[in-house]
Design a protein around this ligand. Structure first.
Ligand SMILES: Cc1cc2nc3c(=O)[nH]c(=O)nc-3n(C[C@H](O)[C@H](O)[C@H](O)COP(=O)(O)OP(=O)(O)OC[C@H]3O[C@@H](n4cnc5c(N)ncnc54)[C@H](O)[C@@H]3O)c2cc1C
Length: 471
């Protein structure tokens, strides 16, 4: 086995990578659309053109063809998390079964069923509309890389099976036979419930589909205000406005322009590297025949997967919050985070020493204190908002979009009756306390990882109140 490279060559490899999102930085990215100008009328305006906004537009126009719908996006469609993510499209609506069980034990059966249905329907929608999202129904594998995690993932496998999920527990040798890393001590394979997809291709395919069905899309149109009048809501940008009967706000981590979202949703920057494509010889050194999406079991975890052309996307671990809900391009190239995770990459795959990184980027995860989306309404329920899936929104955003439409169209459904939808998560404290609490909690999480996963008194207390911090 090759020795893993030294830190100087790892740092050089990271610095050589293009500081841009791999998924959007491809020649077949579509041209930018027109901004909103002038005054318009609409039945429904959707603010934010990520997965939530795009799925909401698709379902709204399919339910009621001819409905006048505008999607208003501040930058490019998919500018946010939706084109920057790992592309793990999972059935879970609750940031995993364990998180769902801890918050909604009485609803977990319904939530699991709805999540399974959502994934099935999502894949069917993609097929029906002829969207090439490079879908691979691979399932996932969780791996233990520290002795304390071995027992944890065995319990996890047991819990999955108790809830009707297929899960196979593997020992170190069997895990390494799936994917060859000297760090693996055990693994749990979940063959169903996850597809890996190309997120930007899905964004672009959804956009083309809704436009074909008659939805109007505006790019480079930041919504600065939504004013309530007697008969309509006026959505305003710098160069235009739309008077709408209904408005759905789907701005996720930005929490704009509906300020109440900021009480419940904070932006966390998650960092990602993309390697150059592996040669067949390099692929042979790691195996990975089943091409599953991978995560390790630490609190600060890594996630990784293959692309269509056998690159490895490697992300996670270092989730950063910036004081005052800091957001912007200045937080997308934190080189220290990229170097840290590059070091972990070569510890995991020392046999890939010399492999370069083509791209490095980060993106804003909107997280809540329960790690699942929060929902709200305003202006006599003529406006609804949906935000905060934390790191598991690729699949869940389609379901979140449906909840948002239920709320804004005044429909009482099984979805809107869920406690997860009706009750908001505990709000984050205001600044400057917010930053202090988050940074302290991050430190305690790192400490737990280096102490056999054991939470200290602070994390135990948060757990008692059913709140936490995750990516
Ligand atoms: C690095 C990273 C990796 C991830 N990996 C995964 C994964 O593998 N699997 C998974 O399930 N989830 C993952 N996630 C989470 C997932 O990507 C998100 O939950 C999901 O994309 C959220 O979609 P959204 O449409 O709600 O938000 P976004 O995609 O963030 O869209 C919000 C949009 O609103 C726009 N906007 C903001 N303010 C305004 C305004 N004032 N006016 C108009 N538009 C505005 C933004 O420009 C943006 O385009 C990851 C996230 C990140 C950042």
């Amino acid at each position: 086995m090759s020795a893993s490279p030294d830190m100087a060559s790892i740092e050089a490899a990271v610095r050589d990578a293009t500081p841009a999102v791999y998924w959007s930085d491809r020649t077949f990215a579509p041209d930018v659309g027109d901004p909103l100008t002038g005054r318009h009328d609409a039945d429904l305006v959707i603010v934010g053109g990520g997965f939530t906004g795009l799925w909401a537009a698709l379902h709204a126009i399919e339910e009621q063809p001819g409905r006048s719908i505008h999607v208003v996006e501040a930058e490019r469609i998919g500018h946010g998390a939706s084109s920057r993510n790992g592309g793990f499209c999972e059935a879970s609506l609750t940031h995993g079964l364990l998180n769902g069980l801890s918050h909604w034990p009485n609803e977990i059966a319904a939530l699991t069923r709805m999540g399974d249905e959502n994934l099935t329907e999502l894949l069917a929608d993609i097929e029906r509309h002829g969207i090439d999202a490079a879908v691979e129904k691979t399932g996932t594998m969780n791996v233990a890389t520290e002795p304390w995690q071995v027992e944890d993932i065995a319990e996890y496998a047991e819990t999955l099976r108790e809830h009707g999920e297929e899960a196979t527990l593997l020992d170190a040798a069997a895990t390494r036979a799936e994917l060859n890393s000297p760090t693996y001590l055990a693994g749990v394979v979940e063959p169903h419930g996850t597809a890996i997809i190309d997120p930007a291709k899905l964004v672009w395919g959804l956009r083309a589909t809704i436009e074909k069905l008659g939805v109007t899309v505006h790019e480079h149109s930041r919504v600065s205000a939504i004013d309530a009048g007697q008969n309509s809501l006026t959505v305003r940008t710098a160069r235009g406005s739309i008077d709408a009967n209904r408005v759905l706000v789907a701005t996720n981590a930005w929490a704009e322009p509906e300020k109440q979202i900021r009480n419940y949703v904070i932006p966390i920057y998650d960092h990602v590297l993309m390697t150059e494509p592996l040669t067949p010889e390099q692929m042979a050194t790691i195996g990975w025949g089943a091409r599953q999406g991978l995560s390790d079991w630490a609190n600060q975890f890594h996630y990784y997967r293959l692309t269509e052309d056998d690159r490895i996307l490697w992300g996670g671990y270092d989730a950063n919050y910036y004081k005052g809900n800091g957001m912007g391009p200045e937080f997308e190239q934190r080189i220290d985070s990229h170097i840290t995770i590059a070091g972990h990459f070569f510890e995991t795959f020392p046999q890939l020493a010399g492999l370069g990184f083509s791209h490095r980027w980060a993106g804003p995860i909107g997280t809540t204190s329960k790690f699942t989306a929060a929902f709200g309404t305003k202006h006599d329920d003529r406006l609804a908002w949906v935000a905060g899936y934390t790191g598991l929104g690729v699949g869940a955003s389609r379901w979140g979009a449906r909840v948002g439409l239920d709320l804004v169209d005044g429909r009482r459904t099984e979805r809107t009756q869920l406690a997860m939808v009706r009750r908001k998560p505990m709000p984050f404290p205001p600044e400057p306390l917010r930053n202090a609490v988050i940074q302290f909690t991050r430190g305690q999480i790192a400490k737990a990882d280096s102490n056999e996963g054991k939470p200290g008194p602070w994390l135990t207390l948060l757990d008692k109140f059913g709140v936490g911090f995750d990516s």
